[in-house]
Write a protein that binds this ligand. Structure first.
Ligand code: FRU
Length: 487
């Protein structure tokens, strides 16, 4: 294909499909999604000239993992997103088979994107280029020739997804990579001038340091620090998306996972000294390859891809020409050594009509109706199973249940048009009380449990008209619910 056709084909696909996509009743209201086609990882999440910028892996031409561009949207409040001109297209020799994931950084009033150019040669062999693009206006990007060509010795050409940051006037980036022994790893690069990059070394991975076998590839690494709100201690976190972990009890249930390690980054060695287990960030069906950024309010915000690789065929919206969205942005906090994820404050600004429910519940009770909303439920004096049924009707309900005997929270989204009937579960330390904050969009649910100690993000596929909200309790339980329709 001629490179000049790349843009033409994209514009044609958008024109041809956008109305059909817009009419699909599973389209999301407050989530970043592609105007048509498939999206995956959030990329280049930054703040520039007063706006939040979100880029994302976007295939405008189909609902499969091909033709990856960087779609681009901007927002004032992280909730209302306006689509911009596509930032990067696979129309250069060094990105001809996909402009893969990467990150952004603002330096001296310019927005820099650092990303992976994916190339397949005539025999189908991969070439990977780490490249920069720079913008003065946040809309048009000048692309530079590759800064890093392929991999250091001892690794395969699976090297990608640079996440960049600045420290003491120097730039650093972590990249996901695969060793020649087919182990997932993270490597550190550094740069004095943003253009020329030096390989510093491998800082973490499977069969590295204390960690044993841990997957064949690690994608989309992220590194940042958070201050413990209680102890004041600064903690380092390394977020990675390993591929190839086997399910273990309730853990690692998705095709691929995303989680974090606490530790300490030693730049000189270089080494990320891991000091915790790997903890999955999200326990739902659909969360992968997240990216974080610190905003001008000093918040560490994170957004994930609300999807996992290779699940597209299970989802009927593909027939209408689109699939996937990003999660709502969340704020990360460490409190007493534990990572919490909190809904962002801005969520309150889209609260519309409110209903309140306060009662002792035994059996099942109707709370109201709604299809896109925020709901907060507090259960007290629990002595048996309790929970919520959302999007009830037409055999579509999603069930959020505290399993009292098992001491677990369970998400059951098996109804509606769902093909994958599997449950997701997490153990709870206290089952006498439960607080759920739930965000329901047309085809997704995000559940924050007990103040953000655990989060579940899952796609749901309720049938048209399924809008009931119910609460249930095996034994009499005190329940307080507040629900806000989204404006
Ligand atoms: C993760 C990922 C990245 C890659 C991108 C391609 O979902 O595989 O490693 O850069 O998607 O779309």
């Amino acid at each position: 294909m001629d490179f000049k056709d790349v843009k033409i084909n994209e514009e044609k696909a958008v024109l041809e499909n956008k109305e059909r996509v817009a009419k699909d009743f599973w389209r999301q209201k407050y989530h970043v999604q592609g105007i048509v086609g498939l999206i995956n990882d959030p990329n280049g999440f930054t703040q520039f000239k007063g706006k939040y910028h979100m880029f994302y892996q976007w295939n405008p031409l189909g609902v499969d993992h091909k033709n990856k561009t960087w779609g681009h949207s901007v927002s004032d409040d992280l909730l209302h997103w306006e689509r911009c001109e596509t930032a990067l297209r696979p129309d250069t020799w060094y990105s001809k088979n996909g402009v893969y994931s990467g990150s952004g950084i603002v330096i001296d009033g310019k927005l820099y994107l650092f990303y992976t150019g994916n190339v397949k040669d005539d025999e189908g062999n991969r070439e990977s280029y780490q490249c920069l693009a720079v913008s003065e206006d946040g809309e048009h990007f000048e692309r530079w020739e590759p800064s890093i060509v392929n991999q250091p010795d001892g690794y395969t050409r699976d090297i990608r997804d640079p996440k960049i940051w600045e420290k003491d006037g120097k730039y650093y980036a972590v990249l996901g990579i695969q060793s020649e022994k087919l182990e997932g790893k993270v490597v550190l690069y550094s740069s004095e001038n943003i253009k020329d990059w030096k390989f510093e070394g491998e800082i973490a991975g499977a069969n590295h340091g204390k960690l044993k076998d841990f997957g064949f590839m690690w994608e989309c690494p992220d590194y940042f620090q958070l201050k413990d709100e209680k102890t004041g201690k600064i903690l380092d976190l390394l977020v990675v998306s390993p591929q190839g972990l086997e399910p273990e009890g309730d853990l690692y249930q998705n095709k691929y996972q995303t989680g974090y390690f606490f530790g300490k980054l030693d730049y000189a060695k270089p080494e990320f000294e891991i000091s915790s287990d790997f903890v999955e960030i999200d326990r739902g069906h659909d969360f992968y390859a997240p990216q974080s950024m610190e905003d001008d309010k000093g918040r560490r915000l994170i957004v994930g891809w609300m999807g996992v690789p290779e699940e597209e065929e299970d989802f009927p919206m593909t027939k209408n020409g689109w699939i996937h969205s990003l999660t709502l942005p969340r704020e990360l906090k460490v409190i007493d050594g534990k990572l919490y994820q909190l809904p962002i404050k801005e969520m309150e600004t889209i609260r519309g009509e409110k209903i309140e429910f306060s009662s002792k519940v035994k059996g099942t009770e109707k709370v109201g109706t709604g299809t896109i909303y925020e709901l907060n439920a507090k259960f007290k004096n629990i002595t048996g199973n309790v929970g919520l049924k959302l999007r009830v009707g037409k055999e579509s309900e999603t069930i959020l249940k505290l399993d009292y005997a098992d001491k677990k929270f369970v998400l059951d989204r098996s109804k509606g048009e769902q093909v994958d009937k599997s449950l997701r579960k997490v153990a709870l330390d206290n089952v006498n009380e439960l607080e759920l904050t739930v965000f329901v969009d047309n085809s997704s649910i995000e559940v924050f449990i007990n103040g953000g100690k655990e989060v579940f993000s899952s796609k749901i596929l309720p049938k048209f008209g399924a809008d009931g909200i119910e609460v249930f309790a095996d034994n009499e339980t005190d329940v307080e619910i507040v629900k806000w329709e989204w404006k």
